[in-house]
Write a protein that binds this ligand. Structure first.
Ligand code: GLU
Length: 476
C-alpha cells in the first residue's frame, strides 16, 4: 500500500507538471491557469431500486477548456473521489495535447460497485447519472464527450448515447455525445482494443530506436522479451494478447486483484481471459502456478513491466525493489511521484501514461469524427482503391505474358495488395501514425535537451507547450 507521506494522486500529477514547468519559460500566471482544474461538478441522485431509494454520488470534472469539446472517460468504482477524478481530468488534458486529439481534458466517475447490481439496475443508474450531466451540458457533442474507463464499457456508452438522444431529439449529431459505443450504436471498429493496441504500438516504436532501448539496458526487438502485466482488464488483456501473439513477447506473469499467475515459459493470455470470464477470477486456472500475494510479482525480474490497472500501485514502499528496467504505464498514474523519483534514480525507463495509454482517446477521436461526418471510414474509397490495385496487377500480368518475362505475382501478395482498407485497417493505421508521431515529439525533447532525462518530463514539456500556445491564441 501507498504510505501516508506520499502526496495524493492529484498532487502527484501537479508535482510532475511542476517539474516540467520549471524547465519551461511560461509566466507564473499562465502556469497556474494551465495547472488548475477549471471545475468539478458533484451530483448526488436517488434511484428507486429493490424497493428503496439508493443515493449515488457522481462527478464530472473539467480540467481544461483550451479546446472543446473536453474529453475523458467515466469510471465506475467504489474508490472514485474528487481528488482522483480531478487528477484523471488533468492527465486527459496533457494526453490529448500530446497525441494531438483536439480536445480539452475531463473525467467522470460514479461511486458504485458495478458488480453489485443487475444489468437493468445499472441501466437505470447510468441513465439517471447521464440525465444529470446532460442537463448541464456535461455530456454534449460540442462541449463534453465521455468515454469508457474502469468499470464501464460499450454497454454503458450505448445507454448514455440513447439517453442524450431522447433528451435532444432534433440534434443530428447526438451520437457524437459519447465515444466507445458498440458498432451497432454508432461506435467504430477497433475502439475496444484501442488502448491495448496503443500500448503495443508504443512499445514497437520504442524498440525501433536502439539508443532508447539501450537506456533501459535492453537490446534487440520485442521478440523474446519477458513481460509482467498487472491487471487483465480491457487494457491489460489486449496489450498482453497482442504483444505475445504478434510480437513474440513472453508473458511470464499476470497479476490480478485476487492473486497472480506465473510461468517462465510464458502464459496463454487468451486462455486465462476465457477462464476469468467464466469463473470471475484467475483462481483455479490449471495451466500455471498461482500466488496469492500478487503484488510481490510486481517486483519480479522481467524486461518490461506493464501496470494496467489502478493508480498508485508502484509507490515509495515498493519502488526500490522493482527489478524491471522498462515500465510502460498502461494505466493512468500507476507510479506515484515519489516512486517515479526512485525509479529514475535507478535508471529505469518509464514510458509515461499520457503517451502509453493514449490509444483509447485517439480512437475515440476517430469515432467522434465518424459520428459528425455520418459515414463509416473507407466507405467511399475502399473499392476504388481495390480497382486501382487490380488495374496494376492485371497490367503487370499482361506485360509479363506479352513480353514472355515469366513474372508471377504470389497469391499472398495479390491477396494483400488487392484488399482495400476497411474501417478497422484505417483505425489501426491512424493509431499507429499517432503513436509514432507523438513518440517522436517526446523523443526530440528527451534527447535534445541536457536538462531532460526522462520521457515523462519530455511528454509534459511537449503537451504543456501546446496547451500554452492554445491559451495564448485565446488572448491569455
Ligand atoms: N478513459 C480513457 C482514458 O483514460 C479514454 C478516454 C476517451 O476515450 O475519451 O484515456
Amino acid at each position: 500500500m501507498q504510505t501516508d507521506e506520499e502526496p495524493s494522486f492529484r498532487d502527484s500529477v501537479d508535482l510532475m507538471v511542476n517539474r516540467a514547468m520549471r524547465l519551461m519559460d511560461l509566466s507564473p500566471g499562465l502556469e497556474q491557469k494551465i495547472r488548475v482544474c477549471n471545475s468539478t461538478y458533484i451530483v448526488r441522485f436517488g434511484v428507486r431500486l429493490r424497493g428503496k431509494i439508493e443515493t449515488f454520488t457522481g462527478y464530472r470534472s473539467v480540467h481544461s477548456e483550451h479546446m472543446e469539446p473536453v474529453k475523458g472517460g467515466i469510471r465506475y468504482a467504489l474508490s472514485v473521489n474528487q481528488d482522483e477524478v480531478e487528477a484523471l481530468a488533468a492527465l486527459m488534458t496533457y494526453k490529448c495535447a500530446l497525441v494531438e486529439t483536439p480536445f480539452g481534458g475531463s473525467k467522470g466517475g460514479l461511486c458504485i460497485d458495478p458488480r453489485a447490481w443487475e444489468e437493468h439496475e445499472l441501466e437505470q443508474i447510468t441513465r439517471r447519472f447521464a440525465y444529470e450531466l446532460i442537463k448541464r451540458n456535461l455530456i454534449h457533442p460540442a462541449q463534453n464527450v465521455p468515454a469508457p474507463d474502469m468499470g464501464t464499457g460499450e454497454r454503458e456508452m450505448a445507454w448514455i448515447a440513447d439517453q442524450y438522444t431522447r433528451m435532444n431529439t432534433t440534434d443530428i449529431n447526438s451520437r457524437a455525445c459519447v465515444t466507445g459505443k458498440p458498432p451497432h450504436a454508432g461506435g467504430i471498429q477497433g475502439r475496444v482494443e484501442a488502448t491495448g493496441r496503443g500500448v503495443q504500438y508504443a512499445l514497437r516504436v520504442f524498440f525501433r530506436y536502439p539508443e532508447d532501448t539501450a537506456k533501459a539496458g535492453l537490446s534487440g526487438g520485442l521478440e523474446g522479451k519477458r513481460v509482467i502485466v498487472q491487471g487483465l482488464g480491457n487494457v491489460g488483456y489486449h496489450a498482453a494478447k497482442f504483444l505475445s501473439e504478434e510480437d513474440g513477447c513472453i508473458i511470464t506473469a499476470v497479476i490480478e486483484r485476487d492473486g497472480a499467475l506465473h510461468d517462465d515459459r510464458g502464459l496463454c493470455i487468451e486462455d486465462i481471459r476465457q477462464w476469468m470470464v467464466k469463473r470471475g477470477s484467475i483462481k483455479g486456472y490449471p495451466s500455471a502456478a498461482y500466488t496469492e500475494d500478487g503484488s510481490a510479482l510486481l517486483e519480479a525480474a522481467c524486461d518490461i513491466l506493464i501496470p494496467a490497472a489502478l493508480e498508485g500501485v508502484i509507490h515509495m514502499g515498493n519502488a526500490p525493489r522493482i527489478k524491471a528496467p522498462l515500465i510502460i504505464e498502461a494505466a493512468n498514474g500507476p507510479i506515484t511521484f515519489g516512486a517515479d523519483e526512485i525509479l529514475r534514480e535507478k535508471g529505469v525507463v518509464i514510458i509515461p501514461d499520457m503517451y502509453a495509454n493514449a490509444g483509447g482517446v485517439t480512437v475515440s477521436y476517430f469515432e467522434w469524427v465518424k459520428n459528425l461526418s455520418h459515414i463509416r471510414f473507407g466507405r467511399m474509397q475502399r473499392r476504388a482503391e481495390e480497382a486501382r490495385s487490380l488495374l496494376l496487377v492485371e497490367e503487370l500480368e499482361r506485360l509479363s505474358a506479352d513480353k514472355g518475362l515469366g513474372w508471377t505475382l504470389t497469391e499472398d501478395f495479390k491477396d494483400r495488395f488487392l484488399t482495400g482498407s476497411d474501417e478497422l485497417a484505417l483505425v489501426r493505421s491512424g493509431l499507429d501514425d499517432t503513436m509514432r508521431t507523438a513518440y517522436q515529439a517526446m523523443r526530440a525533447v528527451w534527447h535534445g535537451r541536457d536538462d531532460v532525462n526522462d520521457l515523462r518530463t519530455a511528454a509534459y514539456i511537449v503537451s504543456i507547450d501546446r496547451v500554452a500556445k492554445a491559451y495564448r491564441s485565446k488572448g491569455l
